[in-house]
Design a protein around this ligand. Structure first.
Ligand code: NAP
Ligand code: F7E
Length: 375
């Protein structure tokens, strides 16, 4: 039985990776932060299972800014594989807390690598959650492992340090350390302030009459959006490769935030019409097509609910999307589109879920959540 240690186990990716590793027969240890409120929502379904808790799944308090604790945990757990997913992962927030972002995302990675050296874990394999944000102001389209980096945020710059310290410790000390350069990946477990989830959550709440408007920033930014569980499987494959290396994981498709918004509302039968420019732009209900909406059905425990039952309460001509410059970033990443050919060839990894299916599964999950809470 292999032992894995996951930092950031309570996050979107940490929760999916835990499920994947438990299914593969791993013993999984996770580092969680002390919080004044519950922060284990994404792993409660595992944590509350008596067959797993303290048998196959173990949680420890820790923080990437606390070196002494990292050393102690490594000595105690002696993992075969470490997945370093913990990060201050919000790009916009990194402009507000750049120092903290660097402490966790840049130096946190160094602290971990150094703890591995100090404890003398010679056989351990280390996965670093690197990111397409390294490409920032892109120097090439599409972006692959050889594309030069040009980060555009304190988050991107901190992760750039993380990337290079992995390469350096690999070359200097022969540590098996690999970077997964992952493009955006989303799911119903995505944090509510990232744009994909913000859109699907707001659309379901608007349909249910709980919210009037969705307020966004830059509608024209383009992202390569994939489905998170597939990317977590890719992380595992990166560490199973015979030598440590760096891999891009991406879908190879790119779409604007505007397209994501349009498609989300289309899934519940609403066609949007955009009017106005820049911060005065608004999205109005152009038409409501209940036949399209009824394609999707949400279930609560005992009843079926047609999505058209939600949407029918909305009116043509209503403004439901607005732009607020507060969501703009001082420096934006305009276009990301990844080339994951190396991962396909060497790891046999390929993104399967297409953009439209991703949007569909996310809006469906959010509608179900709204339903379960009884509006
Ligand atoms: P996420 O949902 O924001 O999760 C981040 C995790 O890190 C949470 O468990 C969080 O704990 C933990 N954390 C934050 N600061 C910490 C600290 N100082 N010490 C210990 N733990 C800390 O992020 P995600 O989307 O799952 O992403 C996972 C990793 O991949 C991150 O490193 C992110 O930067 C990177 N990445 C993500 C994407 C993407 O599209 N999702 C793409 C490329 C790279 P709490 O739950 O207590 O907040
Ligand atoms: O923004 C635009 C925003 O915050 C995507 C993280 O997981 O992926 C993520 O970073 C785009 C940007 O993700 C809003 O300006 C418009 O252009 O969902 P996001 P991100 O910045 O791409 C990378 C790969 C990571 O590594 C990160 O950890 O959408 N946008 N309006 C908005 N973004 C947000 N958050 N909120 C808005 O209202």
């Amino acid at each position: 039985m292999k032992t894995a240690l996951i930092t950031g186990i309570t996050g979107q990716d940490g929760s999916y990776l835990t499920e994947i590793l438990l299914k593969k027969g791993y013993r999984v240890h996770g580092i969680i932060r002390r919080s004044s409120s519950f922060n284990t929502g994404r792993i409660d379904h595992l944590y509350e299972n008596p067959d797993l808790l303290n048998k196959k799944l173990f949680l420890h308090y820790g923080d990437l800014v606390d070196t002494s604790n990292l050393n102690r945990l490594l000595e105690k757990i002696e993992p075969d594989e470490i997945y370093n997913l913990a990060a201050q992962s919000h790009v916009k927030v990194s402009f507000q807390i750049p120092d903290y972002t660097a402490q966790v995302d840049a130096l946190g990675t160094l602290r971990f690598l150094d703890a591995i050296r100090e404890v003398g874990l010679k056989q351990v394999k280390f996965y670093q959650a690197s990111t397409s944000e390294l490409y920032g102001k892109v120097q090439e389209v599409p972006q692959n492992e050889k594309t030069p980096f040009y980060p555009r945020s304190p988050y991107g710059v901190a992760k750039l340090y993380g990337y290079w310290i992995i390469v350096n410790y690999r070359e200097a000390y022969n540590i098996f350390a690999s970077n997964g350069i992952l493009f955006n990946h989303e799911s119903p477990r995505r944090g509510e302030t990232f744009v994909s989830r913000k859109i699907t959550r707001a659309a379901s709440r608007i349909a249910a009459g709980l919210q009037k408007e969705l307020t966004l920033g830059n509608l024209n930014a383009k992202r390569d959006w994939g489905y998170a569980p597939e990317y977590c499987e890719g992380m595992w494959r990166i560490l199973q490769h015979k030598k440590a290396d760096d891999f891009v994981l991406a879908t190879g498709e790119t779409h604007t935030v505007r397209e994501f918004t349009e498609l989300t509302f289309q899934q519940i039968g609403i066609e949007l019409l955009w009017k106005g420019k820049a911060e005065n732009e608004k999205g109005y209900i152009k038409s409501i097509d209940l036949d399209k909406a009824k394609k999707l059905i949400s279930y609560s425990k005992n009843k079926k609910v047609y999505i058209r039952d939600f949407t029918s309460r909305l009116k043509k001509g209503e403004a439901i999307v607005a732009v607020d410059p507060n969501y703009y970033r001082p420096t934006e990443v305009d276009l990301l589109i990844g080339d994951a050919e190396k991962a396909r060839k060497i790891l046999g990894w390929k993104a399967k879920t297409r953009f439209e299916d991703l949007v569909t599964l996310m809006i469906k999950a959010d509608l179900e959540k709204v339903l379960k809470r009884g509006f």
